[in-house]
Design a protein around this ligand. Structure first.
Ligand code: ZN
Length: 326
């Protein structure tokens, strides 16, 4: 396969929507669509039809990849490799994504987490540009953490699940049992958006900026950042998701993190917190772009670093706006 002839297909598979795209070797999007995530039979059938029609029109895909919500089975030697495994999302347990699409797409395939793909998107176009080791955190209906280490998404026996670590209780939050169906009061069970709603009885966005719930939230997210700092020692921690849209959240997390690090290690004492804890800037389609980049790497064995200069993208502006997505 000559790189100039590459035709890449990818899906950002999220809990509310599937973004599907076809791109050329330079990352130019040729065709795209957005599909609501309902039940697997329906959502996967529409996605399959999209790629089948695209192949009829443009020829066979060279490579295909999916960045999906999880947990996923990513170890190629595992029996269930390519599947969504124990997700709490109804109907999506044990759905073999790669086996499904291999019925209509005869090309090398790759699968990674939605957050690892978003991290790749941030590396190419957003707040991870120029960095080889950073963390990407999203705090919304769950808490997902993507790790880019030495320029590639990290996965060992399978993908990490840093959203489910256990942290000391934040002051004033000793009684809330947490909502994680597996662990109760893990980080996600205490600090995702639905956990805030369960604790306070209203969605987080309805809490006033001075509500004590925000200090509790910042404490938990700073606990995650301290843990990531000690284990990964990243150049940056990018945090996005609906919960971070509250006023002062970044500043609260930075301050709480300084307290938790407690002056240990000179290299951490000198961290510029404004630069260390930042928002994502690659836009709403970072996950799809990252998944397309993963498809590119699957056949070329290298990341498409030339995309980052050839694709028009300004900080904070999505590559594909909602209006552009048919
Ligand atoms: Zn959990």
């Amino acid at each position: 396969m000559q790189p100039e002839n590459l035709l890449l297909g990818a899906i950002e598979a999220g809990g509310t929507k599937f973004l599907c795209g076809i791109a050329d070797r330079d990352g130019n999007i040729i065709r795209q669509t957005r599909i609501p995530t309902t039940v697997p039979a329906e959502t996967l059938a529409i996605a399959t039809d999209f790629f089948a029609r695209a192949q009829d029109e443009f020829g066979p895909l060279s490579s295909f990849s999916v960045g999906s919500f999880g947990p996923l089975s990513l170890n190629p030697v595992a029996k269930d490799y390519g599947s969504i495994t124990s997700t709490p999302k109804a109907g999506w347990q044990d759905i073999d994504l790669l086996a499904h699409f291999s019925r209509t797409i005869d090309a090398p395939m790759a699968l990674d987490t939605d957050v690892n793909c978003a991290a790749v998107g941030e590396r190419l176009f957003g707040s991870g540009q120029g960095l080889d080791t950073f963390c990407y955190v999203t705090v919304g209906t769950g808490i997902g953490v993507g790790l880019l280490i030495d320029g590639a998404p990290h996965g060992g026996a399978n993908h990490p699940e840093a959203g489910h670590i256990r942290l000391p209780r934040a002051p004033g939050d000793e009684a809330f049992p947490g909502i994680c169906p597996f662990h109760g009061d893990c980080l996600e069970g205490l600090a995702c958006g639905p956990a805030m709603q369960a604790r306070w009885g209203v969605p987080g966005e309805q809490l006033p900026p001075d509500h004590p719930g925000w200090m509790i939230e910042a404490d938990y997210l700073a606990g995650l950042c301290a843990t990531l700092t000690y284990i990964v020692r990243p150049d940056r921690i990018i945090i996005g998701g609906g919960v971070m849209e509250s006023p002062d959240m970044y500043e609260r997390v930075r301050r709480a993190l300084v307290t938790k690090l407690a002056g240990y290690d000179a290299s951490m004492r000198s961290l510029d917190m404004d630069d260390y804890i930042t928002a994502p800037t690659a836009g709403a389609s970072a996950g799809l772009t990252g998944a397309l980049a993963l498809a590119y790497r699957t056949v070329t064995r290298q990341w498409p670093m030339h995309w980052s200069v050839e694709l028009p993208s300004l900080p904070g502006q999505p590559l594909l706006s909602g209006a552009e997505l048919a």
